[in-house]
Design a protein. Sequence first.
Length: 174
Amino acid sequence: MSFGSQSRRVRALKRLSEALRKLVRSPGDWLLLLRAQSAILRAGTRVRDEPRGTLVPSLNDTYRKDPAPPPASMHVAERIGLAVDRVARFGFGRPLCLVRSIAIQDLLARAGIRGALLRVGVRVTPSHGFEAHAWVELHGRVVGDDPEYVASFDPISDLEQIAETSWASTTAGA
């Protein structure tokens, strides 16, 4: 083995060690990251298997009915959002925003935090054209996403009505 290849391996191991330190700050973070990876896999399956137009409204119906969470649960929500973000960037696969958002909403519910809404927004930019994005809001606060990035999208306010209309039009022509 040459000195150059050994040096590259040492540098690669140092970068990996540094990335792991950023990824996991405490032993409890390992468990949360495993739960986040599992939630992302479950969310990916739901997105793939659910009929078009039914997923987001059904999720919001399930989670929307609860009162505002206590302040301590906002800290837990932020940790969950961070864990899903880390797993999305460094874990298995690279899930899109809808899968990440469903995973966050699922983990919040499993932690006993209700009231999280999955939102979808759209925008048109000269460089990228039409774009859509999904995110989670917990009583008006964005969880697991960059609030400034989310603010660049116009939220679609009534997904249930849109889903009913598009579903009715696709089944009427069948």
